[in-house]
Design a protein around this ligand. Structure first.
Ligand SMILES: C[S@@+](CC[C@H](N)C(=O)[O-])C[C@H]1O[C@@H](n2cnc3c(N)ncnc32)[C@H](O)[C@@H]1O
Length: 200
């Protein structure tokens, strides 16, 4: 469907990366801060090998794991979750359903047009639906190092700018909290935010 990406090449070993092992702290913290209902259908944007999707699936009716990387979704499918539906497509290709919640971890910084992303999220939520999005606070480019090779479009985010895009897309109650600090091999710590909000 699409040209193999950096993520297709990285998929098989993704979960063994020290970074993924630190990110494993994110799903339980997200579930504590932004709990889901048992009837929810949740969209995981940039689901990868399922860091969030596999943690959320036991709590909800269904998770759609959207990712443009066939390799990442292949690793996720091998985990055998009956209520996770893989969806290999770009986020801007049009979504097949509406969701009670949209979650994401470390995928937004790969999307150039964040205003359009927030509009796509808002359009894909049922009224009352919620976002729970995790990514890097603004950093100096040292987190990924080889930013171009990894398809990095944003060196993290300033909450005020993200909040403006979300509110312009029609989302309310937008709030940020620090959810984790990544201890990087370069010796520095990089904080991650959880951005929450809802569609009225
Ligand atoms: C850094 S990985 C994060 C994967 C997973 N959420 C995790 O935390 O381990 C970012 C993922 O977003 C996906 N992605 C990036 N841009 C995308 C887009 N426009 N549409 C769909 N998926 C995208 C990539 O293929 C990749 O699997």
């Amino acid at each position: 469907m699409t040209t193999p990406t950096h993520f297709d090449a990285a998929a098989r070993d993704w979960d063994q990366r020290p970074m993924s092992q630190q990110l494993a702290a994110v799903p339980p913290r997200m579930l504590a801060l932004a709990p889901f209902a048992a009837t929810d259908h949740v969209l995981d944007f940039g689901a990868g090998t399922g860091l969030l999707a596999t943690a959320i699936a036991p709590q909800v009716a269904r998770v759609t794991a959207l990712d443009s990387s066939a390799g990442m979704l292949q690793v996720l499918q091998e985990k055998g979750f009956a209520n996770i539906t893989p969806l290999q497509q770009d986020i801007f290709a049009g979504l097949p359903a509406q969701y009670r919640a949209i979650v994401s971890c470390m995928a937004m910084h790969h999307v150039a047009d964040i205003a359009a992303l927030m509009r796509a999220f808002a359009a894909a939520l049922h009224p009352g639906g919620r976002i729970a999005l995790v990514d890097l606070y603004a950093e100096d480019g040292s987190f990924h190092g080889d930013n171009a090779a990894k398809g990095v479009q944003h060196l993290g985010f300033a909450p005020a700018a993200l909040q403006q895009h979300a509110e312009q897309a029609g989302l309310h109650n937008v709030a940020f909290t620090e959810i984790l600090q990544i201890q990087h091999p370069n010796g520095r710590a990089y904080p991650l935010f959880l951005m929450t909000g809802r569609k009225p």
